[in-house]
Design a protein around this ligand. Structure first.
Ligand SMILES: C[S@@+](CC[C@H](N)C(=O)[O-])C[C@H]1O[C@@H](n2cnc3c(N)ncnc32)[C@H](O)[C@@H]1O
Length: 274
C-alpha cells in the first residue's frame, strides 16, 4: 500500500499537482472506502482496487480536481456533494462563516440570513447547521450549481432559490440581518491553473476588474439588509483596497472593514447598513 501511494504521489508530482502526496493518499482511501486517517491500517489493494486506483490517479494526473473525482468537498464540518457544474468550496471561505456565526450569537432571537451566490450551498448550510439561531436563504443563478445545492441543503432547513442575486427575494427587502456572499471575482482573461479552470466560468469571472460580482452583491445587500444589518463579502486578494472603496463610494454603509485570511492575504470585507 505504502509503495502504491508513494508511486502515485510521484506520478502526480510529475504532472504538476501541488498536493501530490496528500491527493495520492485521499484517492487510495477513496478506493478502499476508509477514512484517510485509517489508510495506514488498511491492507493492500486487490486487483480490481489496484486497477481502480490507477484509473483515478490517471484522472488526477490529467488535472481533474480531486473533489470531482471523489465527489466530496470538505467545508468546516460538512462533506458536500460536488462535481462538474459547481464551484468547489475553498478553505478560505470558511472564515466568513465564523464572522456570520459571531454576528448571529451577538443578537437576541433568530437571525435572518441570505447567502447570495451560494454555489454548492456551502456557506448557508454551514451557518444553518452550526447554530439554531439562523433562518437561512440561499440564492444561486446557475441551474447546474443549483442542482448540486439542492442535494446539499436537503434536511438542513436552508431555503434554496434559483435566481439572480440582483433582484432576488424582494419580500425580504429591509428585513435581513446578515447578507453573506462569495461572488465570482476573477478579472476577465486571467489565466488559471487547470483545477481552478474546471470550476464553472460563471463562478469565477466578474468583469474587467473582477469586481462586478462584489458590485452586484453590494447593491442586493443594500436592498435586503435592515438598518444595522451586516454584509460579509469575499473578494480576490488583490481587492483589499478596491472592495472596501467600492462600498465607501456607495451611500448607506458604515464600519467598512477588510479582513485577512489565514495566509495573511486580504480576503473579505464587512460593512453595516446605516
Ligand atoms: C465563487 S462561487 C461561490 C460558491 C459558494 N458560495 C462557495 O463559497 O463555495 C460563485 C457562485 O455564484 C453564482 N453566481 C454568479 N453570479 C450570480 C448572480 N448574479 N446571482 C446569483 N448567483 C450568481 C455562480 O453560479 C457560482 O455558483
Amino acid at each position: 500500500m505504502r509503495d502504491a501511494v508513494a508511486e502515485a504521489a510521484c506520478r502526480l508530482a510529475a504532472a504538476g499537482v501541488d498536493s501530490a502526496g496528500a491527493d495520492a493518499a485521499v484517492l487510495a482511501a477513496h478506493v478502499l472506502g476508509v477514512p484517510r486517517d485509517r489508510l495506514a491500517l488498511a491492507g493492500g489493494f486487490d486487483d480490481a482496487q489496484a486497477r481502480a486506483y490507477a484509473d483515478l490517479v490517471g484522472r488526477r494526473a490529467g488535472r481533474e480536481p480531486l473533489q470531482h473525482i471523489t465527489g466530496v468537498a470538505y467545508f468546516r464540518h460538512l462533506a458536500l456533494a460536488v462535481g462538474p457544474g459547481v464551484f468547489v468550496p475553498r478553505p478560505e471561505t470558511e472564515l466568513l462563516v465564523d464572522h456570520v456565526l459571531a454576528e448571529v450569537a451577538a443578537r437576541p432571537g433568530r437571525s435572518l440570513l441570505v447567502d447570495l451566490c451560494t454555489g454548492s450551498g456551502a456557506i448557508a448550510v454551514a451557518a444553518a447547521t452550526e447554530t439554531p439561531g439562523v433562518e437561512a436563504h440561499a440564492v444561486e443563478l446557475d441551474a447546474a450549481a443549483y442542482a448540486w445545492a439542492r442535494r446539499n441543503v436537503e434536511g438542513t432547513g436552508v431555503r434554496l432559490h434559483l435566481g439572480e442575486a440582483a433582484d432576488c427575494l424582494p419580500g425580504l427587502d429591509g428585513r435581513v440581518d446578515v447578507v453573506v456572499a462569495n461572488p465570482p471575482y476573477v478579472p476577465a482573461g486571467t489565466p488559471l491553473p487547470a483545477e481552478v479552470g474546471a470550476d464553472p466560468a460563471c463562478a469565477l469571472y466578474a468583469g474587467a476588474d473582477g469586481l462586478d460580482g462584489v458590485r452586484t452583491v453590494a447593491a442586493a445587500a443594500g436592498r435586503l439588509l435592515r438598518p444595522g444589518g451586516l454584509l460579509v463579502c469575499e473578494h480576490d486578494d488583490s481587492h483589499g483596497e478596491s472592495a472596501p472603496a467600492l462600498l465607501s463610494d456607495l451611500e448607506g454603509w458604515t464600519g467598512i472593514r477588510d479582513h485577512r485570511d489565514l495566509a495573511g492575504r486580504p480576503r473579505f470585507v464587512t460593512a453595516r447598513r446605516s
